[in-house]
Design a protein around this ligand. Structure first.
Ligand code: IPM
Ligand code: MG
Length: 351
């Protein structure tokens, strides 16, 4: 198993180090090679996705990524900014299917800002399309109109095949779960998502056992807070999925708990926490490494087909939580506040 390890910026290096520690503790035949991405790529190669990093990622079976971004790069031209490295690697590797499971560990019910009875037992899989939509649609840019006023333009667009392939991922996952797919769109206003809904309905004919429902994104945002347990699999486009997955993460106690997998058509994948680089927390040993550790578990499950070791990691995370270990973001009265590295150690000890 060849893994490209891309720590990135901010808290990226510290959380990735914990996931690497956990993977090493499993004594698998893996080779891991590190390379810079994001601001770190810009620093060494003047490019948020250096050629050598992209090549390493292409040659690897899977990519483990920390996070990219730091305010200090916000003034760079857009094509040099850290986020561009992330968006480009997703596109270059064709990682169109982003899986973001929002799962509440019972020990963390009181860490959520929602009432425990609203979130206990929560288990949602958000399937986010990752290589299309307004993130990549042309035309885009900022230009000056004839009257001298500036105009910003982005374009939401989806073609049928893009919708169908992400829909298939969602239906296939639902078949292994509770057989419910909720497709989230804004079909009442946006034609791109009206087509989205039509294609989902067409596709559902191939999955007679799966119950398909549709929800407008504004309502979905509200329902996630009102009654999140109504959802099994949610499938949606790039921008709505970006927003709803951050929202869903808070149901689980902290955005520091939400892993993700981004897969191509052959289950090659990039695995990263759903959260960002949190530059304000960097270097302080306070970040929560569990989303990254759980992303490593997803790597074993989806790319390496190693369900046993994926579950071993997930059980170890559960055990570390049951033993009371908490990073500051999930700390509650009566539990044991530890740093990023100590949380990694607690997971390794629990393996
Ligand atoms: C995410 C992040 C990225 C996105 C940013 C950093 C470009 O928010 O992975 O959810 O918008 O996709
Ligand atoms: Mg996001």
């Amino acid at each position: 198993m060849k893994i490209a390890v891309l720590p990135g910026d901010g808290i990226g290096p510290e959380i990735v180090a914990q996931a690497v520690k956990v993977l090493n503790a499993l004594n698998l035949e893996i080779s891991m090679t590190e390379a810079p991405i994001g601001g770190a790529g810009y620093e060494v190669a003047g490019d948020p996705l250096p050629d050598a990093t992209l090549q390493l990622a292409k040659d690897a079976d899977a990519v483990l990524l920390g996070a990219v971004g730091d305010w200090k790069y916000d003034k760079l031209e857009r094509h040099l900014r850290p986020e561009r490295g992330l968006l480009r690697i997703r596109k270059e590797l064709n990682l169109f299917a982003n899986l973001r499971p929002a799962l509440l560990y019972p020990e963390l019910a009181s860490a959520s800002t929602l009432k425990p009875e609203v979130v206990s037992g929560l288990d949602i899989m958000i399937v986010r399309e990752l290589t299309g939509d307004i993130y990549f649609g042309q035309p885009r840019g900022i230009s000056t109109l004839e009257n001298g006023e500036r105009e910003g333009v982005n374009t939401m667009r989806y073609n049928e095949s893009e919708i169908r392939r992400i829909g298939r991922v969602a239906f296939d996952i639902a078949m292994k779960r509770n057989k419910k797919v909720c497709s989230v769109d804004k079909a009442n206003v946006l034609e791109a998502t009206e087509l989205w809904r039509q294609v989902m309905i067409e596709l559902s004919a191939e999955y007679p056992e799966v119950e398909l429902s549709h929800m407008y994104v504004d309502n979905a945002a509200m329902q996630l807070i009102r009654a999140p347990k109504q959802f099994d699999v949610m499938v949606t486009g790039n921008i709505f999925g970006d927003i709803l997955s951050d929202e869903a993460s808070m149901l689980t106690g902290s955005i520091g708990m939400l892993p993700s997998a981004s897969l191509d058509a052959n289950n090659k994948g990039m695995y990263e926490p759903s959260h960002g680089s949190a530059p304000d927390l960097a270097g302080k040993n306070v970040a929560n490494p569990l989303a990254t550790i759980l992303s490593a578990a997803m790597m074993l499950r989806y790319t390496f087909n190693d369900e046993a070791n994926a579950q071993r990691i997930e059980s170890a995370v559960k055990k570390a939580l049951a033993l009371g270990f908490r990073t500051p973001d999930i700390w509650t009265e009566g539990t044991n506040k530890v740093g990023c590295a100590e949380m990694g150690d607690a997971v390794v000890a629990s393996l």
